[in-house]
Design a binder for this molecule. Structure first.
Ligand code: ADP
Ligand code: MG
Length: 209
């Protein structure tokens, strides 16, 4: 599976989800490559902060030619996760074209719902060339027991893109783990954050089939 995690809005959780989904796929015994397509290099920073041995490979590739080079870069890997860039449209377009499945993280906020229009448009444009690209929203930073978490699903239904039934809650462990270059399942084995990541991974694998 080539999974692109994209949204031109910054701070929605692209890098957080990319590293944890890559870790979850690697934990299942697959060879995983994480491509950091963000010029900011946050996934590379995550890997550099890590003290333990690597869970998966990480490479920086902030160039708009990912779609042409992915076969070569990703040779020998079972799964590739692309941590997408904010803003830069040509990079995002290339990352979308490289993907089998595009995951769009959105926070439960009307601003995120509105901002998602941009990435949905890019995916529709990319599908003219590559019809097989699949995509789905995932709600990230859901706040437990609030209506806004449910409302966002409803607001997103205005787009022709489905929303994963699994979602990710706002949890301090996501930031804590990131600071140590770790996945949430390493910091809190069997914890609720790890369980949510596993549920998203399972749903994505099903979608990508
Ligand atoms: P992006 O890559 O889209 O810019 P990040 O993954 O860097 O977004 O996330 C932005 C900030 O939000 C980071 O500080 C990250 O630790 C925090 N964050 C993301 N998702 C969660 C979550 N589910 N719970 C708590 N903090 C989160
Ligand atoms: Mg990022």
């Amino acid at each position: 599976m080539i999974l692109g995690v994209l949204n031109q809005k910054g701070g929605v959780g692209k890098t957080t989800l990319s590293v944890n989904l890559a870790a979850s796929l690697a934990r299942a015994g697959r060879r995983v490559l994480l491509i950091d397509a963000d010029p900011q290099g946050s996934a590379l920073d995550w890997a550099a902060a890590r003290q333990e041995g690597p869970l998966f490979s990480v490479v920086g590739f902030p160039r708009p030619t990912i779609h042409r080079e992915i076969a070569q870069i990703g040779n020998g890997y079972d799964h590739i996760v692309i941590d997408g860039p904010p803003r830069v449209t040509d990079l995002a377009r290339s990352a979308i074209m490289a993907s089998d499945l595009v995951l769009i993280p959105v926070q439960p906020s009307p601003y995120d719902v509105w901002a998602a229009e941009e990435v949905v448009k890019l995916i529709e444009e990319a599908r003219v060339y590559k019809e097989s690209i699949k995509c789905s929203f995932v709600v990230n930073r859901k706040i437990a027991n609030t209506a806004i978490g449910r409302d966002v699903g409803e607001a997103l239904s205005a787009y022709p893109v489905s929303v994963l039934s699994a979602s990710i809650t706002q949890r301090v462990v996501f930031a804590e783990a990131a600071g140590q270059g770790m996945a949430v399942h390493e910091v809190e084995p069997g914890g609720p954050a790890a369980a949510e990541i596993e549920a998203v991974t399972a749903e994505l694998m099903e979608l990508a089939r």
